[in-house]
Ligand binder design. Structure first.
Ligand code: ATP
Ligand code: ZN
Length: 283
């Protein structure tokens, strides 16, 4: 049985639950639950504040967890990062009042910077060899310059509208973060096996989302050209059509290039092109 911690409520909750459910794992996730055993997989889901997850994973209270990279870096815990999950994306930036001139990091020298992420900020300042006064506060960081408590802030930014409405502008992006799957430094063979099965399922879903299934009819004399456009997983399947001189071709195409490939296929004489989503894909 593997124990995995996810955020109890907040920005990572829905995507974390969806990630496990898409991997075919069934469990209850009602808001007042603290833990929930999966009914069809050797997994127990523990619901925690995101800030506690790195420590619980490092200490072995739970075996794995889903947490933002920003929180992991701030907590400085020793864990394995197994996967980047593609959700919970945000950036962490330094912002100044709009009226404060800024030409480069040197201008941060000796400023009072308010943040809830002291460790990440201090690492950044040290790396840039800048001395500044870091004020750690637990919330409403963006209000501190207008209250005269700080000259600058370091905080999470998603659209920048909160900064704007507080008269601030982003001057340095320090970190780009997303949700991570983390695990303890040492796991038993049995737990590692459950984790590998989970990773395999997640990978199959991700591959499927990144590809489309494609079927088309091709004139035999243009087949080589069309096959070159559709390399597929190994190579495409080609079946003869009843109509002489034609065949049917089945393959997969990567999502990012799918429209380009479609145009090239059409230009190469392909007809009756069908494109379908793929539910799971194992390479
Ligand atoms: P908890 O109660 O679990 O401590 P929280 O208030 O600290 O929750 P949330 O605001 O739910 O945390 O954010 C969780 C994570 O979501 C952040 O640590 C970050 O990795 C990510 N995230 C993505 N976009 C944003 C955003 N716009 N603001 C804050 N966090 C974001
Ligand atoms: Zn938190």
């Amino acid at each position: 049985m593997l124990r995995i911690a996810i955020q109890k409520s907040g920005r990572l909750f829905d995507d974390s639950v969806a990630l496990l459910r898409d991997a075919g794992i069934t469990f209850g996730s009602s808001p007042n639950r603290l833990r929930s055993p999966a009914t069809n997989f050797p997994l127990e889901i523990i619901f925690l504040r995101d800030d506690d997850i790195p420590e619980y994973v490092e200490g072995g209270v739970v075996d794995a967890g889903i947490v933002g990279e920003n929180v992991l870096l701030e907590k400085r815990k020793t864990v394995q990062v197994l996967d980047r999950l593609g959700f919970g994306a945000c950036r962490m930036s330094i912002a100044l009042p709009k009226t404060t001139p800024y030409a480069g990091v040197q201008d941060l020298k000796n400023l009072r910077i308010a943040t809830s992420y002291r460790v990440i900020l201090e690492d950044f300042l040290q790396q840039k060899n800048i001395h500044a006064e870091v004020h750690e506060i637990s919330g409403a960081v963006e209000l501190t310059p207008s209250l005269g408590l700080a000259d600058a802030i370091f905080d999470i930014v998603s659209t920048g509208s909160t900064l704007l409405s507080n008269g601030l502008r982003e001057v340095e992006t320090v970190l780009r973060s997303e949700a991570l799957l983390i695990a303890g430094p040492v796991l038993s063979a049995e737990k590692q096996d459950v984790l590998d099965r989970l990773l395999f399922r997640m990978q199959a879903n991700r591959n499927a989302k990144g590809h489309r299934y494609i079927l088309l009819n091709a004139p035999n004399d243009r087949l080589d050209e069309i096959v070159r456009l559709l390399p597929g997983m190994k190579s495409p399947t080609v079946l003869p059509l009843v109509t002489p001189g034609w065949c049917s071709l089945h393959s997969v195409v990567r999502e990012e290039v799918f429209w380009d490939v479609l145009e090239q296929l059409k230009a190469a004489g392909a007809q009756g092109i069908l494109v379908a989503p793929i539910e799971r894909m194992i390479l």
